[in-house]
Write a protein that binds this ligand. Sequence first.
Ligand code: NAD
Length: 420
Amino acid sequence: MNDETICKTCVIQLDKVSSTFQQASVAHSLTQLDILKKPRKVINVNFPVKMDDGSIKIFSGYRVQYSNARGPAKGGLRFHPEVHLEEIKVLAFLMSLKCAVINIPYGGAKGGVVCDPKQLSQGELERLSRAFIREIAVDIGPHVDVPAPDVNTTGQIMDWMRDEYEKIIGKPCPAVITGKPVGKGGSKGREYSTSLGGMHVLKAFMDHLKLNQKGATVAVQGFGNVGYHLARLLEQDGFVVVAVSDSQSAIYNPKGMSIAKASAYKEKNKSFKGFPDAKLIAQNELLELPVDILALAALENAVTENNAKKIQAKLILEMANAPVSPEADEILAQRSIPVIPDILANAGGVGVSYFEWKQNLDGKYWSEDEVNAQLKTLMTNATRDVITQWSKNKKATIRNAAYVLAIQRIVEAEKKRGNI
Ligand code: NAD
């Protein structure tokens, strides 16, 4: 999604929230919302890195701490040639909302370095990661701002960054960063936490909407980390996954398919094409199938004004970021198809990042079962709070309810601090 679309999405959402505040005569004035219209702190660094051929290259990096009202700023660091400050600001704003909506004690942040990691050797990548952390070290810390992986940044990169930070401060400090490998301060269960969190959110909504879960049919767009684990977990829980897709193809069997078999086939053949237990369909067809649940786990803008009228699912789960465009959101609302919004549906990942941080601070590590049980409680409680908010005005979307809840929590925190 380009900057303009993201900014438009957020401006639209913020405007909707403002008007909801007005309608509901909530105690916050629009002036109080002003505190959220700009990031609290923007850091821009330009720093040298020694390349393998001996030359020095200057890289630009950003860290935006959008809000710290509810706790340390929290959010990913991405390495990508198209990192732009305006996009980072919007993503940091969304992280603030995501942490608030699931009620974890964090603000929101995002950051990145303008670079193409595919063009860098391992050594260059390590020197760049360490150099960036040296630049922003005074502005981060376990109680200030806690970075995490994002696009093109891995557990290994988090490990280098944590090591560099610890050298600067002269003592161990694993809680400065999350997304570390298990065994090096990372949490068990992180790999599939986004999907598991999404499943708990979905099940809580289905309970509320009185939709049958046993045998409910699901189409999953995207079969990467999030889509694969979601399909696997839903099948395990008694749902029937009838369709899956990746960037090349989509397959459908109205009676359902084995996710283990589909995954093994794709692994071996690098594609779903030729999978014997389901027929090949066009990727767009998957979105329009007559299913109970449509789970969007690929890219932004999968459902737009062009196909929103053709969606037949009873419920949409946004596992990717912004897979339903604002225009499609309105059409789906008019058609009474509820959309469970990304800031709630895919927040399980940051939920387990929070657990990692807690384990690092306590120096005690949890079993996988314990992580998963805590995640279930966190996500189910968050969904209950969003449903309570939504129940106050069912004409508004679930997204709107989630935004209102998150913004109320942030504004309350700012008030308690005496900042507004
Ligand atoms: P991934 O790169 O592992 O997987 C993406 C999948 O989408 C791949 O299978 C790819 O083939 C597929 N895809 C791409 N274009 C497609 C298309 N046109 N039709 C169907 N499938 C298509 O990424 P991921 O980690 O699974 O993340 C998926 C989405 O969820 C992203 O938008 C990401 O930002 C978001 N998200 C991920 C996490 C996480 O913890 N990984 C957390 C929050 C949000």
